[in-house]
Design a protein around this ligand. Sequence first.
Ligand code: FA5
Length: 349
Amino acid sequence: MLKEKIENLKKQFLAEIEKIKPSDKALFELEKKYVGRKSEFIAILKSLKNLTPEEKKKIGELANVTKNQIWEIIKNKHAEISESSFDAKKEEIDVTIPGKKKSVGHWNPISLVRHDIENIFTSMGYEIIEGPEVETEWYNFDALNIPADHPARDMQDTFWIRQKINNKNLKEESLSMRSQTSAVQARYMEKNKPPFRIIVPGKCFRREATDTTHDHTFYQFEALVVGEKINVGNLKFTAKEFFSAFFKQDVNVRLRPSYFPFTEPSFEFDISCTVCGGSGCRTCKGGGWLELGGAGMVNQNVFASAGYLRNKYQGFAWGFGLERLAMMKYKIDDVRLFHSGDLRFVKQF
Ligand code: FA5
């Protein structure tokens, strides 16, 4: 009886599939009806367990063969439908339709300038080094020959950080947002022996009353070159080469005596005005020179903090403001614009 039922089901299936319209939906319905989970066919297969072992073998085989045949026919029909439904006209692509414009992000002027600086220095054989933005008091001040009672600390008031110890007790730790990239000097020297030349670009923070040339967050890039015979001439030459490449014009460099606890001698660093070439204009307030940052020969106390023997090495260092360079390159008149998040400003680059 089951044998006949299976054969009838097959006949019925063949008759129905002959008649169906070439649509996937109708075929899925048929598939569900004959071999789906709740189909009559599957019910037959489940009922095989009530038969004698001999019958089970015979009917089981017939049931399986028939079920596979049905599957095969359904599969072929699916292929037939998808082939016949391909309509070359519908698939045609009109290549003349204008594309949809995707808005692509772009670099902030600070990143553009940083990229330029890194390219120039790597081409001169320098390594690019980074340091932490949250720094210990030791690296930001003490190792740079600025002990706690030194007046130079007041010139760089920064943000101190309270650190949670053991997740319970709030304890004042001597951590701060670094106020200068010079903090990386001793960090790097502790782990590396001269000769070396590095630049350290990165963010710095100071507790400033902000104005057009001072922000609480800004970028500096430090240069540090140490060897046995490094001198001020090397500092001046390297700076002249760098600024001429950066501004794509011949730039002159001027060093004026200054004071930083971590350099001896120390200089304020000027370059000839990139707008008037040094003859005097509004940008340089008539003087022909633009002030860029601090520089000097590394103080032997800093070498000692990093574990070097005193007077074994000489080195030069400088710290320039990145925004300052970007302002000069792109004629920007307020440093606070860089971090303002104002799209009208950043979209111009
Ligand atoms: C320093 O920070 C020294 N560490 C520089 C140095 C390095 C001297 C190595 C000797 C050897 P100063 O505080 O002058 O120096 O800062 C250097 C430059 O950083 C400034 O000329 C300016 O371009 C930039 N700068 C400093 N403070 C700010 C600020 N609040 N906003 C924007 N730029 C700043």
